[in-house]
Design a protein around this ligand. Structure first.
Ligand code: PAF
Length: 272
């Protein structure tokens, strides 16, 4: 992978990487489009990273379809797909981790201990393997994005992090590879997350409800549709510190289980 990237660099070409865990959907394709619009060459990485899954999480059953992914990358005009094996990425005696220790503590970090250490470790390794000038990540994983930006800054990675907006199904459900797990009923009920976030935006901008009341309203809506709320929080979109007033850029982030499937979604509200 490094030789391929070095060859491109010798020719003066810029490289954008799109890190993924495969089972690509429209959301990933939009990341690839963004990458293509910014760089001369696009590398898509496909690696279901074992170190970011907890012991009781869905690593084994995470959906995989490499051949379909490869074709989608080809039709999306990616220049290369980097799909290493777990053994290549983590030789038996690998003992070095990359750990961000501030932004990764709250939200998903609280309910998924070790998750972000796995993410930052693998993303650092993918950056070192692909040698990109830029890397594209989706706003859907808002905390991941903040953590990776911080890691890139703190460790002096010489690249730009580019953010691509959340891609939603027509009815508003945020696209995710995990949506595949949902039964038809769970799929219908899971809509309550995006609907609650959209009406929360209206509440932040136009109602007298305070932040705590708005958060409670989101939780009630998700629970009313059978979702088991993991968290709903309002935080500053950059620092991820709790937002207690209706001011600045507020990230409203939610995680909830529908059946065994944990879904996340968020919305950023710019309060003028
Ligand atoms: O967002 C994902 O798909 C993964 O967390 C990433 C960034 C590819 C790291 O494994």
């Amino acid at each position: 992978m490094q030789s391929f990237s070095k060859e491109l660099k010798k020719k003066g070409k810029s490289i954008a990487v799109v890190p993924t865990m495969g089972f690509l959907h429209e959301g990933h394709l939009s990341l690839i489009d963004t990458a293509r619009s910014k760089a001369d060459a696009v590398v898509v990485t496909i690696f279901v990273n074992p170190t970011q899954f907890g012991p009781n999480e869905d690593f084994e059953k995470y959906p995989r379809d490499f051949e379909r992914d490869r074709q989608l990358c080809e039709s999306g005009k990616a220049d290369a797909v980097f799909a290493p094996s777990p053994e290549e990425m983590y030789p038996g005696n690998a003992s070095t981790w990359v750990s961000e220790e501030d932004l990764s503590r709250g939200l998903c970090g609280k309910s998924r201990p070790g998750h972000f250490r796995g993410v930052t470790t693998v993303v650092a390794k993918l950056f070192n393997a692909t040698l990109p000038d830029m890397a594209v990540f989706g706003q859907k994983d808002a905390q991941q994005l903040a953590v990776i930006k911080r890691m890139a800054r703190d460790l002096n990675f010489s690249l730009e992090i580019i953010v691509a907006p959340i891609v939603r199904e027509k009815d508003g459900l945020a696209m995710s590879s995990r949506n595949k797990y949902l039964s038809p009923d769970e799929r219908k009920n899971a809509l309550s997350i995006s609907q609650a976030l959209f009406s929360a935006e209206n509440d932040v901008k136009n109602s007298r409800l305070n932040i705590e009341e708005i958060i409670n309203k989101i939780k009630s809506k998700i629970s009313a549709f059978g979702g088991k709320v993991d968290y709903v929080e309002a935080v500053d979109a950059d620092t991820l510190k709790p937002a207690t007033e209706k001011e600045g850029r507020i990230l409203l982030a939610a995680a909830a289980f529908f059946g065994p499937t944990r879904l996340i979604d968020n919305i950023i509200i710019d309060v003028k």
